[in-house]
Write a protein that binds this ligand. Structure first.
Ligand code: FAD
Length: 382
């Protein structure tokens, strides 16, 4: 007796349903899309499919604040203390490379990139002076990568009343996250990648020379010769013992404001709070470190206490006495872990993973895509 498939028509089966690929990428964020772009740029005959569980956008890549950052001085100092010099410099080098790849691939103008230096704001004199004393050390360490002798400098800007002083990083910039995401997504498609949204990969198994992927919401299984997991904060359901922690981040955007004091991308409290202008609006996000989160961090929920904290920070410190509304409020999920560096490795002969991009994934994301694609191309050429 014939076996009928109920969830797909004869026509769909004939013309739309392709189940077998050379490479399947799980996750249509910056890292997954960049991997597909790099692979297809190298070999446009590859059959590449990207499976994404969200109907539109990504867990973090279309929800972030648009800071193209490589690390503020206090973040680098903290990494130096925790992980040592080589490790810290190597991560910064990957961020710088990723930002270059991103801008080259998508075009600065097309993604609203503005070369406005990142500005780390210090509230007290002691921590400002301790970090400022380290400027010569970091400028020398980064010179070969940023091509300037003055990556960091003390800022003359003092447009906000609450802070003591600040340190600028001239290798950073700001971009329009929506434009960047749309360009990446469309570029992957234009190079020949197929992207299927609303496809949640429940699990995968290696069967002979194929990897079989089962979806939670589709009867058929997909098959590929090589699998790349770019599932970032949501990877724990696919791979065990990753040492990866999902962390939800809140963001608010104000109504247009006549005159505001922001000319840079600002980092405060070791990068936990960040704010910037988007045209005549202000975006503020972060502060998750002040709130113990017991609920499921993988969900795009709104944490009221966190939102109230950001609102107070905005009204009391950045825009005192200014009239505005909050026009947008959302969350996204990034991934953290004990170690701040991404996990990029083979899980088996045919399965690669590139995850744990942390809070600076805009810049490093394209580096991760490049590294994954290069690893896979080497394997394909073996
Ligand atoms: C609110 C917020 C603000 C941020 N601001 C900045 C910033 O200003 N600058 C900066 O550099 N970084 C920032 N980040 C971090 C940055 O956005 C991330 O590091 C980066 O986007 C991660 O890219 P990704 O491709 O690895 O992950 P994602 O963009 O999360 O993509 C992974 C995708 O995999 C999909 N997926 C997971 N599991 C499955 C499955 N089983 N089946 C199918 N699909 C699956 C997910 O739905 C997700 O879309 C921010 C993050 C957040 C959340």
């Amino acid at each position: 007796m014939a076996v009928y498939k109920h969830n797909i028509s004869f026509w769909e089966q004939q013309s739309l349903l392709q189940l077998q690929y050379d490479v399947i990428v799980v996750g249509a964020g910056i890292s997954g899309l960049s991997t597909a772009i790099q692979l297809l740029t190298h070999d446009d005959t590859l059959k590449v499919l990207i499976l994404e569980k969200l109907p539109i956008g990504a867990g973090a890549s279309s929800r972030n604040a648009g800071f193209a950052c490589i690390g503020s001085i206090s973040e680098l100092e903290s990494d130096l203390k925790n992980y040592g010099f080589d490790h810290t410099i190597n991560t910064v080098r990957r961020r710088i490379n990723g930002l270059r790849v991103l801008l080259d691939q998508l075009g600065e103008h097309e993604i609203g990139y503005e070369h406005k230096s990142g500005c780390e704001v210090f509230e007290d004199k002691l921590s400002f002076e301790a970090n400022a004393a380290r400027i010569p050390f970091w400028n020398e360490a980064l010179e070969d990568y940023t091509y300037t002798k003055a990556t960091f400098k003390k800022s003359n800007q003092n447009s906000m009343k609450f802070h003591f002083s600040s340190i600028e990083n001239c290798a950073e910039g700001l971009l329009d996250t929506g434009k960047m995401y749309a360009r990446l997504y469309n570029k992957a498609i234009s190079l020949g990648a197929k992207i299927l949204n609303s496809c949640n990969v429940a699990n995968y198994e290696e069967v002979n020379e194929y990897i079989v992927l089962n979806l939670s919401n589709f009867e058929d299984s997909f098959r590929c010769k090589h699998l790349v997991l770019c599932s970032n904060a949501f990877s724990n359901s696919l791979v065990e013992n990753l040492n990866l922690t999902p962390c939800r981040n809140q963001i608010l955007v104000t109504s247009p404001i006549d005159k505001h004091p922001l000319n840079h991308g600002y980092h405060f409290d070791s990068g936990y709070i960040y704010f910037r202008a988007i045209g005549d609006r202000i975006l503020i996000g972060g502060a998750r470190n002040y709130f113990s989160e017991e609920d499921n961090q993988e969900h795009f929920g709104l944490n009221r206490d966190n939102i109230d904290y950001l609102k107070r920070f905005l009204s009391e410190r950045i825009l005192p006495g200014v009239d505005y509304r909050i026009d947008a409020c959302w969350s996204g999920v990034l991934s953290g872990g004990i170690d701040r560096t991404p996990i990029v490795k083979y899980l088996s002969d045919r399965v690669l993973i590139g995850v744990r991009l942390g809070g600076m994934g805009v810049a490093i994301g394209s580096s991760i895509g490049q590294e994954l694609a290069e690893m896979l191309i080497r394997k394909l050429n073996d």
